[in-house]
Design a protein around this ligand. Sequence first.
Ligand code: DGL
Length: 266
Amino acid sequence: MPDAPATILIFDSGVGGLTVYREVAAARPDAAYVYVADDAGFPYGNQPEAALIARIIDVVGQAITQHAPDLVVVACNTASTLALADLRARFAVPFVGTVPAIKPACAQSKTKRVAVLGTQATVSREYTRALIREFAAGCDVALVGSPRLASYAEAELGGTPVADAAIKTEIAGCFVDADGRRTDTVVLACTHYPLLTERFKANAPWPVDWLDPAPAIARRVADLLRTRPPGSPPATPRIVFTSGRVPSPALAAALAGYGFSPPPPV
Ligand code: DGL
């Protein structure tokens, strides 16, 4: 009798969590994956905190009841920096969150000038500021909140790229050149942003390292599931949009590239 695969639930407000999913799936290709995109609530980055916590608990709670995962990855900085503690208090399943990679960024920066690029909500949260107090280690850290990049990433994956000028405007604050030291590392503190890394590189005033935390998240998941034997055969990943939307042909093609078949209409 083959072992049942572990079920991993990946959760985000939209398609950004796919950048985390691809790393986790590479680390545990034998697991069964359910990806929940709460696109009915997108974007999370401009919502009042109390209502957003309630929404996240509701959506994640329903997904836990329905899919009985062995582990939940909150593949969203905006949700993790706000609701991870509440989720852990409420549900017994282990959670892996996604929070700004300030410690590794400051450790690797040679110029000791780093930027954190996230949603306006993530960069203004006490959680993020506490990470800076604890781990900035003599680094100057610029907090850059973007009102639009997550939507740009959704558009890009859906086949509608935005203009270079629009990207330049959103990332401009990351690039600081002062006291003879330039920013050399930018933390991608929103899971949507790695979908735009090539656009960022093409529109940056100088080269920097764009730090994506997804490989570290995948290592954490693999570590938590290390005692779980490989499942076989691997199950086909499933994606659910809370709006019930049927993806456009371009988005369906992009999802197929990640191994998902289009979700059935609900
Ligand atoms: N992907 C989400 C994050 O990592 C945010 C996008 C949104 O504003 O909903 O922060």
